[in-house]
Design a protein around this ligand. Structure first.
Ligand SMILES: Nc1ncnc2c1ncn2[C@@H]1O[C@H](COP(=O)(O)OP(=O)(O)OP(=O)(O)O)[C@@H](O)[C@H]1O
Length: 273
């Protein structure tokens, strides 16, 4: 069956379907089963957060979706509605800005390589610089900025490239708590307006509950889906009202129970190894 026909098997509201995904790595010493028989369906426009113990395959899953890694077995269907747009764009955990470019040049990069005319480029870049609070730093170089500001550049860059699916691998993981809270709020603001399908890896239950429509909890290594928890807390959300909501407390407890079992399992495996 041709790939096109297979993609047409997706439900109209589905943009990603993963069936029995397996990923194995071979090192000189051993075979590492990173992902085992993972099934997942992602709806158009939804914000899915992935939580799971360290080493359970979260990054590997995102890299497969981004086309940076190939699965060993299983199927990944992704629907592209607009061939003129990139299908995915990934925000990495660490600092991935170009140090030799100014903030504005970094943000404009994907538009430049896609041949956008400079006046159009300028308008788009200005819009996102403003949304991410970077407009006063447009001509600064990354070395002049804090870690939080650099992560703002990464987020702005991903939105500017206007992918159909946004993949974010712990983008705020290295930030201090205050900067993290501010950036989560900024991300929500920019995402709310875009309605982009987004997949976001985090280690923070708070962060997942603030951002997600659904949270996928993964099992300890090898990674599978342990549970998918819908976050039925109305939007727009902000951290203050969220934390005082009784639903937040119930969901936090439910997710922590799921996660705790897997974190403890992961520790036992580490100990045996
Ligand atoms: N290129 C590789 N070669 C060999 N093993 C790998 C490779 N990439 C990942 N792995 C292994 O695959 C498993 C899953 O790794 P992955 O980075 O996807 O986990 P993760 O859930 O993202 O971890 P963390 O939360 O610590 O970032 C781990 O056991 C890891 O050591």
């Amino acid at each position: 069956m041709g790939k096109q026909q297979e993609v047409s098997l997706l439900y109209p509201t589905e943009v990603i379907r993963i069936e029995k995904l397996n990923k194995e790595f071979y090192t000189r010493k051993e075979k590492v089963v990173a992902i085992k028989d993972l099934d997942l369906s992602v709806r158009e426009g939804e914000f899915l957060c992935i939580l799971g113990p360290s080493g359970c395959g979260k990054t590997t899953l995102l890299r497969i979706l981004a086309g940076l890694e190939k699965q060993t077995k299983g199927k990944v269907f992704m629907r592209s509605k607009n061939p003129e747009k990139p299908l995915t764009s990934m925000v990495f955990q660490g600092d991935s800005v170009f140090p030799w470019m100014t903030v504005a040049e970094n943000v404009a990069y994907s538009l430049r390589i896609r041949g956008f005319p400079s006046d159009k480029r300028l308008n788009i870049v200005e819009h996102y610089l403003k949304l991410m609070g970077l407009d006063k730093f447009a001509n600064a170089f990354p070395y002049q900025l804090s870690g939080g500001m650099k992560q703002r550049i990464n987020v702005a860059r991903a939105f500017v490239s206007d992918p159909e699916i946004l993949l974010m691998d712990e983008p705020f993981g290295a930030l201090d708590e205050q900067n993290r809270l501010i950036l989560q709020q900024e991300l929500l603001k920019i995402w709310d307006g875009s309605g982009k399908t987004s997949i976001f890896i985090t280690h923070s239950i708070d962060e997942a509950l603030l951002l997600a429509d659904r949270i996928m909890v993964m099992t300890a290594h090898p990674g599978k889906v342990k549970a998918i928890v819908p976050v039925d807390i109305p939007r727009p959300r902000d951290i203050l009202s969220l934390r005082s909501s009784p639903r937040f407390a119930t969901l936090f407890r439910e997710i922590w129970q799921l996660l705790q079992e897997e974190v403890l399992k992961a520790k036992t495996t580490e100990f045996k190894a």
